[in-house]
Structures are given as structure tokens and as C-alpha cells.
Design a protein around this ligand. Structure first.
Ligand code: SF4
Length: 314
């Protein structure tokens, strides 16, 4: 088990089972706290073959080099980071995606996860990834026609992707919640249970150049749905959209950059993928960039996280 020290105690984590244990009785002093965020997400590439209107990934071409990524992750691993989430763009479009996952799983103690739209998964790709992925996330915004409208891809192709991901590792389903998908949350919950997903992650739609953020009417419908949810699949919500939902947070004092940071495909460290506050990771490494961003007044406090998740109490 890996351990991490923070303001709420000593946190033990097993990446194979996903078990978390918090020893609250132990409160080491601040100088002993882990320097790394608990979780980090990395956009391996901005490239994607879909064109979702609510996509927040930058549209200029950029990709990270495998050796760069490994170097940063080894630094963070040694300083108490527990997990890496690869995204993009579409991470499977990075030419070294499999190699990066294998190396991170083999050379660090980090839990390796990735988020995919699912349409590029093949039996061969899944076979090559086996043993290097601890959790996977697949984006499913609505069912049937709604999904096809949202993502511009056939729902039948997505279902094939879900079948494949289920053979790779434990997995979760991500859903962007907006006017169209909110009416299908029951169907999403049933789908998640039927296909063996272990989590349904709700991502209230955030503003982009093409769409507005989730409005009040949709927000209230989401709150009602979550309050009445009796499904078997665990619910989670992005921190950015958690307001008004009955969440539980076992690490209430581990906030902002202690909890989470994002590295974009241009090698900028950010408080989250939406943030305008960023520091280029230079030759001094990622911990040095982290120190710089902590010293930036808005950097240390920004909490509008898309990727830092809250569990919903049901
Ligand atoms: S699949 Fe993801 S990365 Fe690609 S366009 Fe859609 S939201 Fe953006």
C-alpha cells in the first residue's frame, strides 16, 4: 500500500483494489505533509477525432513526450501523489499511449487511469493495455439518439467500446449533464448497472465558446434525481458542479493544489483544466512549477475543479 501524509491524517491507498484507508488519529505536523497533489491529470495530446460542442480541450495541436511525462510522474510519485488520470483530447490518439501507461504502472506506484470516448478501443489495444490500467473512464452522454446528437457517433459503436473496456479494468461512466442528458439519467444509471460500471460520474456542463454552463432548471432536476437515486452504481460529481448535491468528503482540509493539479498538452501546470493560471514546467521539474503556482495568489486558492471528484451520498 502506498501512503500519503496530509492535514486530515495518514492516507493509505492500494491501487489494485482501490481501497483507501485514512488514519485520522495520526496528524503529523505540516512540515511532514506530502508535497504533491493527491491526484494529477495530464492531457497527453489535444488531438481528438470528435467535435463535441462542450469540449473544453484547447484546439491548438500539442502533445507531450513520453520521457517528459515519466520524469514528472516519478517526481510526484515520490512526493505522495496517489494517481494519474490521462486525458486529452483523446489520449488513445497519442502515439506512445500504451508505452506511457506501461512505464508509469511499472516504474511508479501511481494508480493509472484514463478517460476515453471509447470509439478507438479495439481488442488488440485493450490486450496491450492490460495490467497497466487500474481504472478506466468512458464518456457516455445520454443513450441512443441523444448520445448520437451529443457526440456525433453511433451509440452501437459506443456499446462495443463499453464491452471492451469492461474486459480491461474496473471502469466508470462519465456523463456531461445538460438539458438533453438530464432527462436520461435514469437510463444512464440502468446502463451503468447493466454493463458492470462501478461509478457514474456526473459532469455538470461547463461553459465553452459554443455552449453555456448547466442552467438552474437543469441543476435542480439533477439535484432531485441525485436525491432520489436508489441505483446500485456509486455516484460521483465533479467538484465544479457539486454545489447543492449531498456529497461526502473524507479529506475536507486537503483542498486546491493539495488535492489536485492538471498538466496540459503544452506542459503547463494548472490548478485545473479550465484555469487561466498556469506555470510552464521547465528543467527544474514539476515540483518546482508547483511551488511557483502556489506562490501565485489566484493559483493557491482556485477551486473550480472539473476533475477533482466528490462522492455523492445516497
Ligand atoms: S471526445 Fe472529449 S476531447 Fe474529444 S471533442 Fe469530445 S469532449 Fe473533446
Amino acid at each position: 500500500m502506498k501512503f500519503r501524509i496530509g492535514p486530515n491524517g495518514v492516507h493509505l491507498f492500494d491501487r489494485l483494489s482501490g481501497l483507501n484507508v485514512l488514519l485520522e488519529e495520526l496528524r503529523p505536523k505540516e512540515t511532514a505533509w506530502s508535497m504533491s497533489p493527491r491526484q494529477i491529470s495530464i492531457a497527453l495530446t489535444n488531438v481528438c477525432d470528435l467535435h463535441c460542442r462542450y469540449c473544453y480541450a484547447p484546439k491548438h495541436k500539442a502533445s507531450l513526450h513520453a520521457d517528459q511525462v515519466l520524469g514528472w510522474l516519478k517526481e510526484l510519485d515520490a512526493e505522495g501523489c496517489l494517481g494519474i488520470g490521462f486525458g486529452g483530447g483523446e489520449p488513445t490518439l497519442h502515439p506512445d499511449f500504451v508505452d506511457i501507461c506501461k512505464r508509469v504502472a511499472g516504474e511508479t506506484q501511481l494508480a493509472v487511469t484514463f478517460t476515453t470516448h471509447g470509439h478507438r478501443l479495439t481488442p488488440q489495444l485493450v490486450e496491450r493495455l492490460k495490467g497497466s490500467i487500474h481504472f478506466a473512464r468512458i464518456s457516455v452522454d445520454g443513450v441512443g439518439h441523444t448520445y448520437e446528437e451529443q457526440r456525433g457517433k453511433q451509440f452501437a459503436s459506443l456499446l462495443r467500446g463499453i464491452e471492451l473496456i469492461a474486459t480491461l479494468s474496473p471502469f466508470g461512466i462519465n456523463v456531461v449533464v445538460n438539458e438533453q442528458t438530464v432527462a436520461e439519467l435514469d437510463a444512464m444509471g440502468e446502463l451503468a448497472q447493466r454493463v458492470g460500471a462501478s461509478e457514474l460520474l456526473l459532469l455538470p456542463q461547463q461553459e465553452t465558446a459554443a455552449v453555456a454552463s448547466m442552467g438552474g432548471v437543469v441543476g435542480r432536476a439533477l439535484q432531485d434525481w441525485a436525491s432520489n437515486y436508489r441505483g446500485k452504481v456509486r455516484l460521483a460529481v465533479s467538484e465544479a458542479g457539486a454545489s447543492g448535491l449531498p456529497t461526502c468528503d473524507p479529506l475536507p482540509d486537503e483542498r486546491g493544489l493539495q488535492a489536485y493539479a492538471h498538466i496540459d498538452a503544452s506542459g503547463m501546470l494548472r490548478t485545473n483544466s479550465y484555469s487561466s493560471v498556469g506555470v510552464k514546467i521547465g528543467g527544474a521539474g514539476v515540483l518546482s512549477a508547483l511551488k511557483l503556482i502556489r506562490e501565485t495568489p489566484s493559483g493557491s486558492n482556485e477551486r473550480r475543479n472539473h476533475e477533482d471528484l466528490e462522492r455523492i451520498r445516497v
